[in-house]
Design a binder for this molecule. Structure first.
Ligand code: AMP
Ligand code: MG
Length: 530
Protein backbone atom coordinates (compact mmCIF):
# COMPACT_ATOMS: atom_id res chain seq x y z
CA UNK A 1 0.00 0.00 0.00
CA UNK A 2 1.39 3.35 -0.86
CA UNK A 3 1.04 6.69 0.73
CA UNK A 4 2.84 9.95 0.36
CA UNK A 5 3.43 11.84 3.58
CA UNK A 6 3.99 15.55 3.49
CA UNK A 7 7.52 16.82 3.70
CA UNK A 8 6.95 18.04 7.22
CA UNK A 9 6.16 14.63 8.56
CA UNK A 10 8.31 12.57 6.25
CA UNK A 11 11.06 12.27 8.82
CA UNK A 12 8.68 10.79 11.36
CA UNK A 13 7.17 8.41 8.86
CA UNK A 14 10.52 7.30 7.50
CA UNK A 15 11.28 5.66 10.83
CA UNK A 16 8.36 3.29 10.46
CA UNK A 17 8.58 0.02 8.61
CA UNK A 18 7.38 -0.06 5.02
CA UNK A 19 3.80 -1.18 4.52
CA UNK A 20 0.36 0.10 5.32
CA UNK A 21 0.06 3.39 7.11
CA UNK A 22 -0.72 2.49 10.69
CA UNK A 23 -2.98 4.56 12.86
CA UNK A 24 -0.14 5.68 15.06
CA UNK A 25 1.51 7.16 11.98
CA UNK A 26 -1.62 9.06 11.08
CA UNK A 27 -1.97 10.17 14.69
CA UNK A 28 1.60 11.36 14.75
CA UNK A 29 1.05 13.39 11.61
CA UNK A 30 -2.00 15.06 13.05
CA UNK A 31 -0.42 15.99 16.31
CA UNK A 32 2.48 17.96 15.03
CA UNK A 33 2.01 21.15 17.01
CA UNK A 34 3.33 24.34 15.53
CA UNK A 35 4.24 27.49 17.35
CA UNK A 36 1.79 29.52 15.30
CA UNK A 37 -1.13 27.11 15.54
CA UNK A 38 -4.40 28.04 17.22
CA UNK A 39 -3.53 25.52 19.94
CA UNK A 40 -0.51 27.63 20.87
CA UNK A 41 -2.75 30.59 21.79
CA UNK A 42 -3.21 28.94 25.16
CA UNK A 43 -5.76 28.45 27.88
CA UNK A 44 -7.60 31.75 27.40
CA UNK A 45 -8.80 30.37 24.08
CA UNK A 46 -9.31 26.67 24.63
CA UNK A 47 -9.58 23.80 27.07
CA UNK A 48 -7.68 20.57 26.55
CA UNK A 49 -9.51 17.37 27.33
CA UNK A 50 -9.78 13.86 26.00
CA UNK A 51 -12.73 12.80 23.88
CA UNK A 52 -15.35 10.62 25.54
CA UNK A 53 -14.99 7.12 24.11
CA UNK A 54 -17.85 5.41 22.28
CA UNK A 55 -18.49 1.65 22.23
CA UNK A 56 -17.54 -0.39 19.16
CA UNK A 57 -16.84 2.35 16.64
CA UNK A 58 -17.28 1.41 12.98
CA UNK A 59 -16.52 3.10 9.68
CA UNK A 60 -19.50 4.76 8.01
CA UNK A 61 -17.72 6.65 5.26
CA UNK A 62 -14.37 8.03 4.22
CA UNK A 63 -13.51 10.67 1.66
CA UNK A 64 -10.64 9.01 -0.14
CA UNK A 65 -9.88 12.17 -2.00
CA UNK A 66 -9.65 14.19 1.25
CA UNK A 67 -7.45 11.51 2.82
CA UNK A 68 -5.10 11.54 -0.16
CA UNK A 69 -4.94 15.31 -0.20
CA UNK A 70 -3.47 15.31 3.31
CA UNK A 71 -1.11 12.45 2.65
CA UNK A 72 -3.06 9.66 4.33
CA UNK A 73 -3.49 6.33 2.70
CA UNK A 74 -7.28 6.09 2.27
CA UNK A 75 -6.99 2.33 2.58
CA UNK A 76 -6.04 2.84 6.23
CA UNK A 77 -9.80 3.13 6.81
CA UNK A 78 -10.50 -0.33 5.43
CA UNK A 79 -7.17 -2.15 5.65
CA UNK A 80 -5.60 -4.14 8.43
CA UNK A 81 -5.64 -1.12 10.73
CA UNK A 82 -9.31 -0.39 10.17
CA UNK A 83 -10.27 -0.89 13.80
CA UNK A 84 -7.53 1.50 14.85
CA UNK A 85 -8.72 4.01 12.26
CA UNK A 86 -12.32 3.85 13.48
CA UNK A 87 -11.22 4.05 17.11
CA UNK A 88 -8.93 7.00 16.52
CA UNK A 89 -11.46 9.04 14.55
CA UNK A 90 -14.15 8.22 17.09
CA UNK A 91 -11.92 9.89 19.67
CA UNK A 92 -11.27 6.68 21.56
CA UNK A 93 -7.80 6.73 23.07
CA UNK A 94 -5.55 4.38 21.13
CA UNK A 95 -2.59 5.11 23.41
CA UNK A 96 -1.77 7.41 26.30
CA UNK A 97 -2.16 11.02 25.34
CA UNK A 98 0.27 13.39 27.03
CA UNK A 99 -1.74 16.26 28.51
CA UNK A 100 -0.10 18.86 26.27
CA UNK A 101 -1.15 16.85 23.23
CA UNK A 102 -4.75 16.35 24.28
CA UNK A 103 -7.35 17.58 21.83
CA UNK A 104 -9.01 20.86 22.67
CA UNK A 105 -12.33 22.66 22.59
CA UNK A 106 -12.29 26.36 21.76
CA UNK A 107 -14.39 29.03 23.43
CA UNK A 108 -16.50 31.49 21.45
CA UNK A 109 -19.75 33.41 21.82
CA UNK A 110 -22.27 34.67 19.33
CA UNK A 111 -25.57 36.08 18.21
CA UNK A 112 -28.17 33.39 17.62
CA UNK A 113 -31.28 34.32 15.60
CA UNK A 114 -30.43 37.98 16.06
CA UNK A 115 -30.11 37.80 19.82
CA UNK A 116 -26.93 37.91 21.88
CA UNK A 117 -26.46 34.36 23.21
CA UNK A 118 -23.37 34.90 25.37
CA UNK A 119 -20.76 32.19 25.69
CA UNK A 120 -21.06 29.17 23.43
CA UNK A 121 -17.95 27.34 22.25
CA UNK A 122 -17.10 23.90 20.91
CA UNK A 123 -19.79 22.04 22.81
CA UNK A 124 -19.20 18.83 20.92
CA UNK A 125 -16.12 19.45 18.81
CA UNK A 126 -12.53 18.66 19.69
CA UNK A 127 -9.56 19.63 17.58
CA UNK A 128 -6.91 16.92 17.41
CA UNK A 129 -4.16 19.02 15.88
CA UNK A 130 -2.87 19.95 12.47
CA UNK A 131 -1.56 18.22 9.40
CA UNK A 132 0.70 19.83 6.88
CA UNK A 133 0.62 19.13 3.19
CA UNK A 134 2.64 20.97 0.59
CA UNK A 135 3.04 23.94 2.87
CA UNK A 136 -0.66 24.12 3.75
CA UNK A 137 -1.60 23.44 7.32
CA UNK A 138 -4.99 22.09 8.15
CA UNK A 139 -6.71 21.57 11.48
CA UNK A 140 -8.33 18.22 12.10
CA UNK A 141 -11.40 18.25 14.31
CA UNK A 142 -13.81 15.64 15.63
CA UNK A 143 -17.45 16.70 15.86
CA UNK A 144 -19.61 14.73 18.28
CA UNK A 145 -16.76 13.46 20.46
CA UNK A 146 -18.35 14.12 23.84
CA UNK A 147 -19.06 16.85 26.34
CA UNK A 148 -16.72 19.80 26.82
CA UNK A 149 -16.75 22.74 29.24
CA UNK A 150 -18.81 24.55 26.56
CA UNK A 151 -21.53 21.93 26.15
CA UNK A 152 -24.06 23.79 28.31
CA UNK A 153 -27.15 21.52 28.35
CA UNK A 154 -25.96 19.45 25.39
CA UNK A 155 -24.74 15.88 25.44
CA UNK A 156 -21.66 16.53 23.30
CA UNK A 157 -22.87 14.09 20.69
CA UNK A 158 -24.01 14.22 17.08
CA UNK A 159 -26.37 11.67 15.56
CA UNK A 160 -25.62 9.48 12.55
CA UNK A 161 -28.23 11.26 10.39
CA UNK A 162 -26.77 14.74 10.81
CA UNK A 163 -23.18 13.49 10.66
CA UNK A 164 -23.79 11.87 7.28
CA UNK A 165 -25.38 15.08 6.03
CA UNK A 166 -22.39 17.14 7.17
CA UNK A 167 -19.91 14.66 5.72
CA UNK A 168 -21.60 14.50 2.32
CA UNK A 169 -22.33 18.19 2.03
CA UNK A 170 -18.83 19.31 3.02
CA UNK A 171 -17.38 17.21 0.24
CA UNK A 172 -20.14 18.13 -2.22
CA UNK A 173 -19.56 21.84 -1.62
CA UNK A 174 -15.83 21.44 -2.12
CA UNK A 175 -16.37 19.76 -5.46
CA UNK A 176 -18.84 22.47 -6.48
CA UNK A 177 -16.00 24.90 -5.90
CA UNK A 178 -17.67 26.56 -2.90
CA UNK A 179 -15.42 27.44 0.06
CA UNK A 180 -16.10 25.03 2.90
CA UNK A 181 -14.70 23.05 5.77
CA UNK A 182 -14.03 19.52 4.55
CA UNK A 183 -14.76 16.08 5.95
CA UNK A 184 -12.42 13.13 6.14
CA UNK A 185 -14.53 10.42 7.67
CA UNK A 186 -17.66 9.51 9.63
CA UNK A 187 -17.41 6.93 12.36
CA UNK A 188 -20.56 5.45 13.90
CA UNK A 189 -21.32 3.74 17.18
CA UNK A 190 -24.45 2.12 18.56
CA UNK A 191 -24.29 4.46 21.54
CA UNK A 192 -27.88 5.71 21.95
CA UNK A 193 -28.39 9.46 21.62
CA UNK A 194 -31.64 11.11 22.60
CA UNK A 195 -33.14 13.65 20.20
CA UNK A 196 -36.86 13.67 19.32
CA UNK A 197 -36.43 9.92 19.29
CA UNK A 198 -33.53 7.70 20.31
CA UNK A 199 -30.91 7.66 17.58
CA UNK A 200 -27.29 6.53 17.48
CA UNK A 201 -24.05 8.48 17.71
CA UNK A 202 -21.52 9.36 15.04
CA UNK A 203 -18.40 11.44 14.85
CA UNK A 204 -17.40 13.45 11.77
CA UNK A 205 -13.77 14.37 11.25
CA UNK A 206 -13.71 17.87 9.82
CA UNK A 207 -10.69 19.47 8.21
CA UNK A 208 -10.11 23.19 7.63
CA UNK A 209 -7.32 25.75 7.69
CA UNK A 210 -9.10 27.27 10.69
CA UNK A 211 -12.36 26.87 12.59
CA UNK A 212 -12.27 30.46 13.89
CA UNK A 213 -15.70 32.07 13.72
CA UNK A 214 -17.00 35.63 13.98
CA UNK A 215 -18.15 34.52 17.43
CA UNK A 216 -14.56 34.05 18.62
CA UNK A 217 -13.98 37.78 18.23
CA UNK A 218 -17.32 38.63 19.79
CA UNK A 219 -16.38 36.52 22.79
CA UNK A 220 -13.30 38.47 23.75
CA UNK A 221 -14.89 41.81 22.89
CA UNK A 222 -17.94 41.15 25.01
CA UNK A 223 -15.76 40.10 27.94
CA UNK A 224 -13.64 43.22 27.53
CA UNK A 225 -10.53 41.07 27.04
CA UNK A 226 -8.91 43.30 24.47
CA UNK A 227 -5.44 41.76 24.75
CA UNK A 228 -6.87 38.34 23.93
CA UNK A 229 -8.92 39.88 21.11
CA UNK A 230 -5.71 41.27 19.65
CA UNK A 231 -3.89 37.94 20.05
CA UNK A 232 -6.67 36.22 18.15
CA UNK A 233 -6.73 38.82 15.36
CA UNK A 234 -2.94 38.64 15.09
CA UNK A 235 -3.14 34.85 14.82
CA UNK A 236 -5.63 35.06 11.94
CA UNK A 237 -3.67 37.80 10.18
CA UNK A 238 -0.30 36.07 10.51
CA UNK A 239 -1.63 32.69 9.42
CA UNK A 240 -4.15 33.57 6.76
CA UNK A 241 -3.74 37.12 5.49
CA UNK A 242 -0.22 38.35 6.25
CA UNK A 243 -0.69 41.02 3.56
CA UNK A 244 -3.01 42.79 6.02
CA UNK A 245 0.13 43.87 7.86
CA UNK A 246 1.02 46.13 4.93
CA UNK A 247 -2.20 48.10 5.28
CA UNK A 248 -2.41 51.34 7.28
CA UNK A 249 -4.65 49.51 9.69
CA UNK A 250 -4.10 45.72 9.68
CA UNK A 251 -7.29 45.05 11.67
CA UNK A 252 -9.46 47.03 9.29
CA UNK A 253 -7.76 45.07 6.52
CA UNK A 254 -8.73 41.87 8.35
CA UNK A 255 -12.35 43.04 8.44
CA UNK A 256 -12.10 43.85 4.75
CA UNK A 257 -10.85 40.30 4.09
CA UNK A 258 -13.82 38.88 5.98
CA UNK A 259 -16.17 41.18 4.02
CA UNK A 260 -14.63 40.07 0.74
CA UNK A 261 -14.67 36.35 1.45
CA UNK A 262 -18.17 36.43 2.95
CA UNK A 263 -19.55 38.34 -0.06
CA UNK A 264 -17.94 35.74 -2.31
CA UNK A 265 -19.46 32.93 -0.23
CA UNK A 266 -22.94 34.46 -0.43
CA UNK A 267 -22.60 34.78 -4.21
CA UNK A 268 -21.75 31.11 -4.39
CA UNK A 269 -24.55 29.97 -2.07
CA UNK A 270 -27.18 32.02 -3.91
CA UNK A 271 -25.85 30.70 -7.19
CA UNK A 272 -26.67 27.08 -6.38
CA UNK A 273 -29.74 27.62 -4.20
CA UNK A 274 -27.98 26.59 -1.01
CA UNK A 275 -29.61 27.55 2.26
CA UNK A 276 -27.46 27.26 5.37
CA UNK A 277 -30.31 27.31 7.84
CA UNK A 278 -28.51 28.64 10.93
CA UNK A 279 -26.52 31.71 9.98
CA UNK A 280 -25.76 32.68 13.57
CA UNK A 281 -22.53 34.60 14.08
CA UNK A 282 -20.99 31.53 15.74
CA UNK A 283 -21.57 29.67 12.47
CA UNK A 284 -19.73 32.23 10.33
CA UNK A 285 -16.14 31.40 9.43
CA UNK A 286 -13.60 34.22 9.56
CA UNK A 287 -12.16 32.72 6.37
CA UNK A 288 -15.50 32.79 4.54
CA UNK A 289 -15.91 29.01 4.57
CA UNK A 290 -19.24 27.26 4.77
CA UNK A 291 -19.15 25.87 8.31
CA UNK A 292 -21.44 23.91 10.67
CA UNK A 293 -23.76 21.99 8.44
CA UNK A 294 -27.02 21.50 10.31
CA UNK A 295 -30.47 21.93 8.80
CA UNK A 296 -29.04 23.12 5.46
CA UNK A 297 -30.69 22.40 2.13
CA UNK A 298 -30.28 22.82 -1.58
CA UNK A 299 -33.56 24.00 -2.97
CA UNK A 300 -35.48 21.72 -5.27
CA UNK A 301 -38.40 23.84 -6.52
CA UNK A 302 -37.37 27.49 -6.37
CA UNK A 303 -38.98 29.56 -3.66
CA UNK A 304 -37.21 32.87 -3.06
CA UNK A 305 -38.27 32.75 0.57
CA UNK A 306 -37.45 29.12 1.17
CA UNK A 307 -36.67 28.31 4.81
CA UNK A 308 -34.82 25.04 5.13
CA UNK A 309 -34.70 24.96 8.92
CA UNK A 310 -38.00 23.77 10.34
CA UNK A 311 -37.12 25.44 13.68
CA UNK A 312 -36.71 28.88 12.00
CA UNK A 313 -40.35 29.85 12.34
CA UNK A 314 -39.74 33.54 11.54
CA UNK A 315 -37.86 32.75 8.33
CA UNK A 316 -34.88 34.79 9.50
CA UNK A 317 -32.50 32.63 7.49
CA UNK A 318 -34.59 32.20 4.34
CA UNK A 319 -32.80 31.96 0.98
CA UNK A 320 -33.51 35.55 -0.04
CA UNK A 321 -32.34 36.93 3.31
CA UNK A 322 -28.98 35.16 3.42
CA UNK A 323 -26.90 38.02 1.93
CA UNK A 324 -28.53 40.55 4.28
CA UNK A 325 -27.91 38.30 7.25
CA UNK A 326 -24.28 37.92 6.22
CA UNK A 327 -24.02 41.71 6.21
CA UNK A 328 -25.64 41.88 9.65
CA UNK A 329 -23.19 39.27 10.92
CA UNK A 330 -20.26 41.21 9.47
CA UNK A 331 -21.54 44.21 11.38
CA UNK A 332 -21.26 42.16 14.60
CA UNK A 333 -17.73 41.20 13.65
CA UNK A 334 -16.83 44.83 12.96
CA UNK A 335 -18.27 45.86 16.30
CA UNK A 336 -16.10 43.28 18.04
CA UNK A 337 -12.98 44.49 16.23
CA UNK A 338 -13.53 48.19 16.98
CA UNK A 339 -11.14 48.27 19.97
CA UNK A 340 -8.32 47.21 17.64
CA UNK A 341 -8.97 49.77 14.93
CA UNK A 342 -6.96 52.97 14.65
CA UNK A 343 -4.09 51.88 16.89
CA UNK A 344 -1.91 54.69 15.61
CA UNK A 345 -4.52 57.41 15.56
CA UNK A 346 -4.38 60.19 18.17
CA UNK A 347 -6.89 59.69 20.99
CA UNK A 348 -8.67 62.90 20.03
CA UNK A 349 -11.45 61.99 17.57
CA UNK A 350 -10.26 58.41 17.28
CA UNK A 351 -13.61 56.81 18.13
CA UNK A 352 -15.48 58.70 15.38
CA UNK A 353 -12.83 58.04 12.81
CA UNK A 354 -12.63 54.28 13.40
CA UNK A 355 -16.40 53.88 13.32
CA UNK A 356 -16.53 55.79 10.05
CA UNK A 357 -13.71 53.69 8.61
CA UNK A 358 -15.35 50.43 9.72
CA UNK A 359 -18.65 51.49 8.15
CA UNK A 360 -16.88 52.17 4.89
CA UNK A 361 -15.35 48.70 4.93
CA UNK A 362 -18.75 47.16 5.70
CA UNK A 363 -20.31 49.04 2.78
CA UNK A 364 -17.95 47.16 0.50
CA UNK A 365 -20.03 44.07 1.16
CA UNK A 366 -22.82 45.61 -0.93
CA UNK A 367 -20.38 47.00 -3.47
CA UNK A 368 -18.92 43.54 -3.98
CA UNK A 369 -21.89 41.26 -3.56
CA UNK A 370 -24.33 42.94 -5.96
CA UNK A 371 -22.05 42.96 -9.03
CA UNK A 372 -20.67 39.51 -8.14
CA UNK A 373 -24.20 38.12 -8.10
CA UNK A 374 -24.99 39.69 -11.47
CA UNK A 375 -21.76 38.22 -12.84
CA UNK A 376 -22.69 34.82 -11.41
CA UNK A 377 -26.15 34.99 -12.99
CA UNK A 378 -24.67 36.08 -16.29
CA UNK A 379 -22.43 33.03 -16.23
CA UNK A 380 -25.35 30.80 -15.28
CA UNK A 381 -27.30 32.15 -18.23
CA UNK A 382 -24.33 31.60 -20.51
CA UNK A 383 -23.86 35.27 -21.28
CA UNK A 384 -20.29 36.04 -22.19
CA UNK A 385 -20.55 39.76 -22.76
CA UNK A 386 -22.03 42.29 -20.35
CA UNK A 387 -25.11 44.24 -21.34
CA UNK A 388 -27.45 46.51 -19.46
CA UNK A 389 -30.55 44.69 -18.44
CA UNK A 390 -28.81 41.36 -17.75
CA UNK A 391 -29.83 41.59 -14.10
CA UNK A 392 -33.46 42.20 -15.15
CA UNK A 393 -33.34 39.18 -17.41
CA UNK A 394 -32.05 37.01 -14.55
CA UNK A 395 -34.62 38.43 -12.15
CA UNK A 396 -37.35 37.74 -14.67
CA UNK A 397 -36.33 34.10 -14.74
CA UNK A 398 -36.28 33.89 -10.94
CA UNK A 399 -39.76 35.41 -10.83
CA UNK A 400 -41.27 32.75 -13.05
CA UNK A 401 -39.24 30.02 -11.33
CA UNK A 402 -40.67 31.21 -8.02
CA UNK A 403 -44.23 31.39 -9.33
CA UNK A 404 -43.92 27.89 -10.81
CA UNK A 405 -41.70 26.39 -8.12
CA UNK A 406 -39.50 25.32 -11.03
CA UNK A 407 -36.58 23.13 -10.00
CA UNK A 408 -33.59 25.40 -9.38
CA UNK A 409 -30.90 23.00 -10.52
CA UNK A 410 -32.67 21.53 -13.53
CA UNK A 411 -33.86 24.93 -14.79
CA UNK A 412 -30.31 26.24 -15.14
CA UNK A 413 -28.81 22.95 -16.25
CA UNK A 414 -31.44 22.45 -18.95
CA UNK A 415 -31.36 26.05 -20.09
CA UNK A 416 -28.07 25.22 -21.75
CA UNK A 417 -29.99 23.03 -24.21
CA UNK A 418 -32.02 25.97 -25.48
CA UNK A 419 -31.19 27.05 -29.01
CA UNK A 420 -30.40 30.63 -29.93
CA UNK A 421 -32.64 30.56 -32.94
CA UNK A 422 -35.22 27.87 -32.58
CA UNK A 423 -37.79 27.28 -29.82
CA UNK A 424 -38.30 23.63 -30.68
CA UNK A 425 -35.55 22.53 -28.27
CA UNK A 426 -37.07 24.27 -25.24
CA UNK A 427 -38.89 21.29 -23.78
CA UNK A 428 -36.29 20.15 -21.20
CA UNK A 429 -36.54 23.50 -19.44
CA UNK A 430 -40.01 24.62 -20.56
CA UNK A 431 -41.59 21.49 -19.11
CA UNK A 432 -40.38 22.47 -15.64
CA UNK A 433 -42.88 25.36 -15.71
CA UNK A 434 -46.60 24.82 -15.26
CA UNK A 435 -47.22 28.24 -16.78
CA UNK A 436 -45.75 27.53 -20.21
CA UNK A 437 -46.82 30.93 -21.56
CA UNK A 438 -44.80 32.69 -18.87
CA UNK A 439 -41.77 30.61 -19.77
CA UNK A 440 -42.23 31.29 -23.50
CA UNK A 441 -42.39 35.02 -22.86
CA UNK A 442 -39.18 34.91 -20.86
CA UNK A 443 -37.48 32.61 -23.39
CA UNK A 444 -38.25 35.11 -26.14
CA UNK A 445 -36.37 37.81 -24.19
CA UNK A 446 -33.54 35.40 -23.52
CA UNK A 447 -33.24 34.56 -27.21
CA UNK A 448 -33.19 38.23 -28.08
CA UNK A 449 -30.36 38.66 -25.63
CA UNK A 450 -28.52 35.60 -26.97
CA UNK A 451 -28.56 37.18 -30.41
CA UNK A 452 -25.94 39.63 -29.11
CA UNK A 453 -23.66 36.82 -27.94
CA UNK A 454 -20.62 35.86 -29.99
CA UNK A 455 -20.67 32.20 -28.92
CA UNK A 456 -22.61 29.55 -30.75
CA UNK A 457 -25.06 27.23 -28.98
CA UNK A 458 -22.54 24.44 -28.43
CA UNK A 459 -19.90 26.71 -26.90
CA UNK A 460 -22.49 28.39 -24.71
CA UNK A 461 -23.86 25.03 -23.56
CA UNK A 462 -20.39 23.80 -22.65
CA UNK A 463 -19.67 26.95 -20.63
CA UNK A 464 -23.03 26.76 -18.86
CA UNK A 465 -22.42 23.16 -17.86
CA UNK A 466 -19.27 24.24 -16.09
CA UNK A 467 -21.18 26.62 -13.81
CA UNK A 468 -24.59 24.98 -13.49
CA UNK A 469 -24.20 21.74 -11.56
CA UNK A 470 -26.17 18.68 -12.49
CA UNK A 471 -25.65 16.79 -9.22
CA UNK A 472 -26.35 18.27 -5.79
CA UNK A 473 -26.92 16.80 -2.37
CA UNK A 474 -30.66 17.05 -2.60
CA UNK A 475 -32.45 16.20 0.64
CA UNK A 476 -33.96 13.00 -0.67
CA UNK A 477 -30.58 11.71 -1.84
CA UNK A 478 -29.06 12.31 1.58
CA UNK A 479 -32.11 10.69 3.15
CA UNK A 480 -31.73 7.52 1.10
CA UNK A 481 -28.07 7.20 2.12
CA UNK A 482 -29.02 7.84 5.77
CA UNK A 483 -31.77 5.21 5.77
CA UNK A 484 -29.43 2.60 4.35
CA UNK A 485 -26.68 3.55 6.77
CA UNK A 486 -29.14 3.06 9.61
CA UNK A 487 -29.24 -0.59 8.48
CA UNK A 488 -25.43 -0.67 8.42
CA UNK A 489 -25.35 -0.63 4.63
CA UNK A 490 -22.96 2.14 3.65
CA UNK A 491 -22.84 1.43 -0.07
CA UNK A 492 -25.35 4.15 -0.98
CA UNK A 493 -23.36 6.71 1.00
CA UNK A 494 -20.20 5.76 -0.85
CA UNK A 495 -21.98 5.91 -4.21
CA UNK A 496 -23.50 9.30 -3.50
CA UNK A 497 -20.14 10.68 -2.38
CA UNK A 498 -18.73 9.44 -5.66
CA UNK A 499 -21.51 11.08 -7.73
CA UNK A 500 -21.05 14.38 -5.89
CA UNK A 501 -17.34 14.46 -6.70
CA UNK A 502 -18.18 15.43 -10.30
CA UNK A 503 -21.21 17.72 -9.99
CA UNK A 504 -20.72 19.42 -13.35
CA UNK A 505 -20.08 16.30 -15.42
CA UNK A 506 -22.61 14.20 -17.26
CA UNK A 507 -22.61 10.85 -15.48
CA UNK A 508 -25.04 8.77 -17.53
CA UNK A 509 -24.83 5.83 -15.12
CA UNK A 510 -26.12 8.13 -12.35
CA UNK A 511 -28.90 9.91 -14.27
CA UNK A 512 -31.39 9.06 -11.51
CA UNK A 513 -29.41 11.18 -9.06
CA UNK A 514 -30.04 14.27 -11.19
CA UNK A 515 -33.81 13.91 -11.41
CA UNK A 516 -36.65 15.70 -9.69
CA UNK A 517 -37.22 14.64 -6.08
CA UNK A 518 -39.82 11.94 -5.52
CA UNK A 519 -43.14 12.92 -3.93
CA UNK A 520 -42.16 11.62 -0.50
CA UNK A 521 -39.28 14.12 -0.40
CA UNK A 522 -41.65 17.05 0.09
CA UNK A 523 -42.41 15.68 3.54
CA UNK A 524 -38.79 15.68 4.66
CA UNK A 525 -38.14 18.15 7.43
CA UNK A 526 -34.83 19.25 8.82
CA UNK A 527 -34.52 21.07 12.10
CA UNK A 528 -31.80 22.30 14.42
CA UNK A 529 -31.88 18.93 16.16
CA UNK A 530 -28.68 17.17 15.21
P1 AMP B 1 -25.05 24.93 16.28
O1 AMP B 1 -26.20 25.85 16.08
O2 AMP B 1 -25.34 23.49 15.98
O3 AMP B 1 -23.87 25.39 15.51
O4 AMP B 1 -24.70 24.93 17.84
C1 AMP B 1 -24.70 26.07 18.66
C2 AMP B 1 -23.94 25.80 19.92
O5 AMP B 1 -24.48 24.70 20.63
C3 AMP B 1 -22.46 25.48 19.73
O6 AMP B 1 -21.76 26.02 20.80
C4 AMP B 1 -22.45 23.97 19.76
O7 AMP B 1 -21.20 23.45 20.13
C5 AMP B 1 -23.50 23.68 20.81
N1 AMP B 1 -24.12 22.38 20.64
C6 AMP B 1 -24.99 21.99 19.68
N2 AMP B 1 -25.37 20.72 19.87
C7 AMP B 1 -24.73 20.28 20.97
C8 AMP B 1 -24.71 19.05 21.69
N3 AMP B 1 -25.44 18.00 21.30
N4 AMP B 1 -23.93 18.98 22.78
C9 AMP B 1 -23.20 20.02 23.19
N5 AMP B 1 -23.18 21.20 22.58
C10 AMP B 1 -23.94 21.34 21.47
MG1 MG C 1 -22.28 25.98 15.42
Amino acid sequence: MSFSPSNAVRAAWDETPAGALSMSEIARAIEIAKSSSFAALGTAFLTRLPAAPVPDPYLVGVSREMAESIGFDPDAATGRDKDGFAAYFAGNPTRDWPSDALPYAAVYSGHQFGVWAGQLGDGRALTLGEVERDGTRLEVQLKGAGRTPYSRMGDGRAVLRSSIREFLCSEAMHHLGIPTTRALTVIGSDLPVRRETIETAAIVTRVAPSFVRFGHFEHFYSNDRIDDLKTLADHVIDRFCPHCRDADDPYLALLDEAVRSTAELMTQWQGVGFCHGVMNTDNMSILGLTIDYGPFGFMDGFNAHHVCNHSDTQGRYSYSRQPQVAYWNLFCLAQALVPLFGENLPEEGRAERVVEAAQKVLERFKERFAPALVAKMRAKLGLEIERDGDDKLANGLFEIMHANRADFTLTFRNLSKLSKSDASHDAPVRDLFLDRAAFDAWAAQYRERLAHEPRDDAARAAAMSRVNPKYLLRNHLAEQAIRRAGEKDFSELARLLDVLRRPYDEQPEYEAYAGLPPDWASELEVSCSS
